[in-house]
Design a protein around this ligand. Structure first.
Ligand code: FAD
Length: 385
């Protein structure tokens, strides 16, 4: 991640993502949604062209790309299949987080499994039954015992959890009184004793994405699997989420673009007259808002790249703005697209019906819209603005 990826290299990766999205992912999207099927084969196809480690250095099997390369690629994937995009987004986040905070030994053990597709996907385990927006109140514990840590607790809503081969798990290594400073991050694999995978959640949208609780019941993890040092787990999680918010924003933009394509097709089929004019006006409005969302995501991604090179200090505010605006936009655009198509819009066979359900979930994970507003306000005050 040290040298900027040239613009033409980013364009080539994004073109590859678009080709796979059109040829391999789009034809599966409706079936995955209908049968709640997790597309293992799609993740392998993404891994084959480096799209599960876009920002990971090439020596670990990644593309060595920029955050912008990742964001634009995920938009293309989401345009075809949002369920696949969310799994790809989290896998990239897990691989990037390990490269950023893990030791060489830890990176060598786990990152190539993610970038090669051997692990299928990666999962990120922060949320718990009583710790969602207030992640610092998490209760899972990790107690040192000889050469191991013993983990106990329950993680909720874990994306790709029943399929992933590599998990980043946040747990307390100090009493609750230590607050966020008592949280540490570990790498787990599903074969560890005491690691359990619960029943898949039945969600509104993203039905091809698997979401499960993970139980840790005396789960023994080698001490070498601690990421960084004890007590920095919350910082690791928040750094990962800053990046994750940009990629979820990018994913929301892909969903909005897919809805706009359906509206445009409908517009072409509408005979000339007042209705066509009204639809044209509506389309123009949605397109303008979506382009604004894309620019916010692109700006946040460019800033993240600059921050990784030490050129700027933070991009937390821009990441939160991008996630807030893009996900709320995708929710609004897909809802409006359903209305513009009339009865056809609510037909289960119509793409916008699925897109509306998929978009609905994006304003919730990786921090709800209220949480993004709080983050933006906090960052503005912090900067004295
Ligand atoms: C499909 C899906 C996939 C997910 N994947 C993952 C994953 O892979 N890993 C993971 O760790 N988590 C994951 N999550 C969990 C997700 O991050 C949480 O659902 C989210 O952070 C919100 O937490 P919560 O559901 O507990 O809601 P709560 O925190 O209970 O919030 C409920 C409502 O209260 C509002 N609220 C809460 N606090 C405040 C406040 N201080 N001020 C104003 N309003 C507030 C929220 O905005 C929300 O509207 C996933 C969730 C979903 C739905």
């Amino acid at each position: 991640m040290a040298t900027p990826f040239a613009a033409d290299e980013t364009a080539a990766v994004v073109a590859r993502a678009r080709a796979i999205a059109v040829e391999r992912l789009a034809p599966l999207a409706a079936e995955l949604d209908r049968h709640h099927r997790f597309p293992v084969e799609s993740f392998r196809a993404l891994a084959d062209v480096g799209l599960l480690g876009v920002t990971v250095p090439t020596r670990w099997g990644g593309l060595g790309g920029e955050p912008l390369t990742l964001a634009l690629s995920l938009s293309e994937i989401a345009r075809a299949c949002a369920s696949t995009a969310v799994g790809a987004s989290v896998t990239n986040m897990v691989a990037e987080t390990l490269c950023r905070f893990g030791s060489e030994e830890l990176i060598a053990r786990f990152v190539p499994r993610l970038t090669s597709g051997e692990a299928v996907t990666g999962s990120f385990c922060l949320s718990e039954p009583a710790a969602g927006s207030d992640a610092a109140s998490l209760r899972a514990t990790a107690v040192r015992d000889g050469d191991d840590y013993v983990l106990d607790g329950t993680k909720m809503w874990i994306t790709s959890g029943a399929y992933s081969g590599v998990f980043i798990v946040m747990a307390r290594t100090a009493p609750a009184a230590a607050g966020h400073k008592g949280i540490s991050a570990f790498v787990l694999t599903p074969d560890l004793p005491g690691f359990g995978i619960g029943k898949a959640e039945e969600k509104t949208g993203l039905l091809g994405s698997n979401t499960v609780p993970i139980t840790l019941d005396g789960c023994r993890v080698p001490a070498a699997n601690l990421i960084g040092e004890e007590g920095i787990g919350f910082r690791i999680a928040m750094t990962a989420l800053d990046g994750g918010r940009i990629t979820i924003g990018a994913m929301a933009n892909g969903i909005a673009r897919a809805a706009l394509a359906a509206v445009r097709e409908h517009l072409h089929a509408t005979p000339t007259g007042p209705l066509r004019t009204a639809r044209k006006v509506a389309y123009g409005e949605l397109l303008a808002r979506t382009r604004a969302a894309e620019l916010l995501v692109e700006r946040a991604a460019v800033l993240k790249g600059a921050a990784l090179r030490g050129e700027v200090a933070r991009y937390t505010r821009e990441a939160a703005m991008a996630k807030l605006f893009a996900t709320e936009n995708a929710k609004a655009v897909t809802t409006r697209a359903v209305e513009l198509l009339g009865a056809a819009g609510v037909d289960r066979a119509c793409v916008v019906e699925r897109l509306m359900r998929d978009a609905r979930v994006t304003t919730i994970f990786e921090g709800t819209s209220e949480v993004q507003r709080l983050v933006i306000g906090r960052e503005v005050l912090r900067a004295g603005g």
